[in-house]
Ligand binder design. Structure first.
Ligand code: ZN
Length: 182
C-alpha cells in the first residue's frame, strides 16, 4: 500500500492543468497503484493525479464495483444533462452539492501499458469521468455549478473545518509567499 495524502481545496496544484503522460513506464504503474490505494482508502469513487500532487493526466475510478484507471482521457458527452445529482470531491471533505453533468460520457484514453481504451458510462460513472477529467484541466466541481449554487457551496466551504489547512495564511501574509503565486 502506498497511500498518499490528498490535497485540499486551496492547494494550487488543484488549479494547475496536468501534462499528458508520455512514458508508460514503471513510475506510471506506481502512480496508478498509489492513486488506486489512496482512492480505496479514502474511500472515494474517483481520484485524479493532481489530487495527490502529481501533474499528470491520470485518474482512477471505483463506481458500481468497477475499478479502473484512464490515462490521457478525452471525453465525448451527451447533450442531455442531470442537473440535480449530488456530487462530492475528496479535495472538499464531507461536502456534496447538486452539480450539472452530462448523463452519458464516452471516455477514450490509454491504460498503464499504453494500450488504447474506450470506456462508456452513464449516470454516476459518467459523472465520475467528467469530474476526474476536469481535475486534469485544473477545473473543480464548484466551477460547474450555477452562480446561486456556487454561492451556497462557497459558504459551506468557508465554514468547513478543513478549510485553511491546505494553504495556511499565505494568502493573507504580507511577507513570505514561499515562492508560490498568490
Ligand atoms: Zn474531485
Amino acid at each position: 500500500m502506498a497511500i498518499q495524502s490528498i490535497r485540499l481545496f486551496g492547494d494550487p496544484v488543484l488549479r494547475t492543468p496536468a501534462e499528458p503522460v508520455k512514458d508508460f513506464d514503471k513510475e506510471l504503474r506506481k502512480l496508478v497503484k498509489d492513486l488506486t490505494d489512496t482512492m480505496m482508502d479514502a474511500p472515494g469513487a474517483g481520484l485524479a493525479a493532481p489530487q495527490i500532487g502529481v501533474g499528470l493526466r491520470v485518474f482512477t475510478y471505483y463506481v458500481d464495483d468497477q475499478l479502473g484507471h484512464l490515462i490521457n482521457p478525452n471525453l465525448d458527452l451527451s447533450d442531455d444533462q442531470d442537473t440535480e445529482g449530488e456530487e462530492g470531491c475528496l479535495s472538499f471533505p464531507g461536502l456534496s452539492f447538486p452539480t450539472p453533468r452530462a448523463i452519458r460520457a464516452v471516455a477514450k484514453g490509454f491504460n498503464m501499458h499504453g494500450e488504447p481504451v474506450t470506456l462508456e458510462g452513464t449516470d454516476l460513472m459518467a459523472r465520475c469521468f467528467q469530474h476526474e477529467t476536469d481535475h486534469l484541466d485544473g477545473i473543480l466541481f464548484i466551477d460547474r455549478m450555477d452562480a446561486k449554487q456556487r454561492k451556497l457551496a462557497m459558504k459551506a466551504i468557508r465554514e468547513a473545518e478543513w478549510n485553511g489547512v491546505a494553504a495556511p495564511a499565505i494568502k493573507f501574509s504580507p511577507h513570505s509567499t514561499h515562492g508560490k503565486a498568490l
